[in-house]
Design a protein around this ligand. Structure first.
Ligand SMILES: Cc1cc2nc3c(=O)[nH]c(=O)nc-3n(C[C@H](O)[C@H](O)[C@H](O)COP(=O)(O)OP(=O)(O)OC[C@H]3O[C@@H](n4cnc5c(N)ncnc54)[C@H](O)[C@@H]3O)c2cc1C
Length: 420
């Protein structure tokens, strides 16, 4: 600990940064916050840091040139909404709120030196907010066979993280003329658990609408999602072949087969989703909980378990409660955590005690294609007397949705990207 403090003081002096928590004076350079990852969590953190602590210098590092929203992307995949509603300009957001945006892949975090490293630059930080989301654990299927991993990503994309896999999947669907389209659903926990089922409804409805002689085979590693099981049976008995608790044991993407415990499934086209885990930087920076695949945080402050200078938000975080496990891996949850972390850092920079806040989550999921129907899934939190976090969830069916999902997303974008 003593060594770390010395290293910190040395690094701070070398970089010209103040290691103390006092307010900056004219003689002192501004304390620096680096936000890694410009998704729902990172964008909210950057925006609220500028609001709660305008004296801090904030830099957002993101590999993609434009923000892409996974929420509502299932509608976009089958042409029900315009991609312009989901894609936003990072530079405009940075300009509006007054932070610096750098498009770059973060390759490494050096927590001892408090540095974030990209190919062309190194960024010193007083506080780091890490919000890099999830990665697909293809090693669970293919070990270290990198050729097969690359082949699978290219030919059978999950389209579950912002980036090139979304247009690739959309092109593949557009070119699908019939046959068996297979989709695997990874074991829990994973990002937005209702989303693969919503995607199934969208694809099945779209096949029906276009009279494409295709069938969707779903291999779900989990128990059935009852709401969707009903919809699959009622509306798509011939279109969807659904298998619950069907753990994938082996995949051969070139021969187009998937092996489960007792069965082998062939396919003509596929969306192959392996298990998920925290994105690569959490592993590189040694922020993963022991025995888990997710990043260890304090459930209230979102500070990394063993580093008070690092905050972690969004889908990458580990279980937070012995009662309910993980916070829901949802966009609104990530964005609320980003706001909480901004307040935590603002308080620490000012030398005050941060207020206690708890996040919340809201998800609008489409459960039927035509006529449309939706499910509103809400989660809120309270602290029990013994300090344990308690979750309350409310699921509400909406038999006649009127664009509530889009209105919600646009409200969120106005909040953390920029007024439109
Ligand atoms: C199909 C689908 C539908 C969904 N629907 C909903 C919904 O209706 N409602 C809802 O609330 N949630 C929904 N979600 C979940 C929601 O998208 C996630 O919960 C949310 O994106 C999590 O935010 P995040 O900041 O943790 O991660 P992300 O939004 O994924 O952001 C992480 C960012 O980090 C960047 N990054 C990663 N590594 C690096 C690196 N090394 N260097 C630089 N940048 C990096 C990535 O490019 C990305 O932009 C859905 C998800 C999917 C896939």
């Amino acid at each position: 600990m003593l060594l770390k403090r010395r290293q910190f003081l040395a690094a701070g002096a070398a970089l010209g940064a103040s290691p103390f928590l006092s307010r900056p004076t004219f003689a002192q350079p501004r304390a620096r916050v680096v936000v890694g990852g410009g998704g729902w969590g990172g964008l909210a953190a950057a925006r609220y840091l500028r609001t709660f602590a305008p004296q801090l210098e904030v830099t957002l590092l993101e590999r993609n040139a434009r923000f892409w929203s996974c929420p509502l992307s299932n509608h976009w995949l089958v042409g029900r909404i315009d991609g312009a509603l989901l894609s936003h300009d990072y530079r405009a957001a940075a300009q509006h709120w007054g932070y610096r945006f750098v498009q770059a892949e973060v390759s490494r975090i050096d927590r001892d030196a408090r540095l974030v490293v990209t190919e062309s630059e190194r960024f010193a930080y007083d506080w780091l907010v890490l919000a890099v989301g999830i990665r697909h654990d293809y090693a669970a299927w293919f070990g270290d066979d990198h050729d097969t991993i690359a082949y699978t990503r290219q030919h059978y994309p999950s389209a579950y993280t912002p980036g090139a896999e979304f247009p690739r999947l959309r092109d593949k669907l557009a070119g699908f003329t019939g046959g068996d389209l297979l989709m695997t659903i990874p074991p829990q926990p994973f990002r937005c658990p209702p989303a693969p089922y919503e995607r199934a409804v969208m694809i099945a409805g779209w096949l029906e609408q276009r009279k494409i002689p295709g069938r969707l085979i779903i291999l779900d590693a989990n128990p059935p999602f009852q709401e969707f099981l009903r919809v699959f049976r009622e509306y798509f008995p011939k279109r969807i072949e659904y298998h619950a608790q069907m753990k994938v044991l082996a995949v051969d993407p070139r021969r187009r087969t998937v092996d489960c415990e007792f069965d082998r499934f062939g396919f003509d086209e596929a969306i192959l989703m392996p298990p998920q885990q925290a994105a690569g930087l959490a592993w590189q920076a040694d922020l993963i909980s022991r025995g888990s695949s997710w990043a260890a945080v304090d459930p209230l402050s979102f500070a990394a378990r063993h580093d008070e200078r690092v905050f972690i938000v969004g889908d990458m975080i580990d279980r937070v409660s012995s009662l309910f496990g993980h916070y829901p891996k949802s966009g609104q949850m990530a964005s609320r955590q980003g706001r909480i972390v901004a307040r935590q850092i603002a308080a620490r920079a000012a030398g005050t005690v941060p207020p206690q806040e708890l996040p919340d989550s809201l998800c609008h999921i489409t459960t039927q294609f035509d006529p449309p129907a939706a499910l509103r899934i809400e989660a809120s939190y309270r602290l029990r007397g013994d300090g344990e976090l308690v979750q309350q969830t409310k699921n509400q069916r909406d038999p006649q949705p009127r664009g509530e999902d889009l209105a919600w997303a646009q409200g969120m974008f106005r909040e953390f990207i920029a007024p439109q």
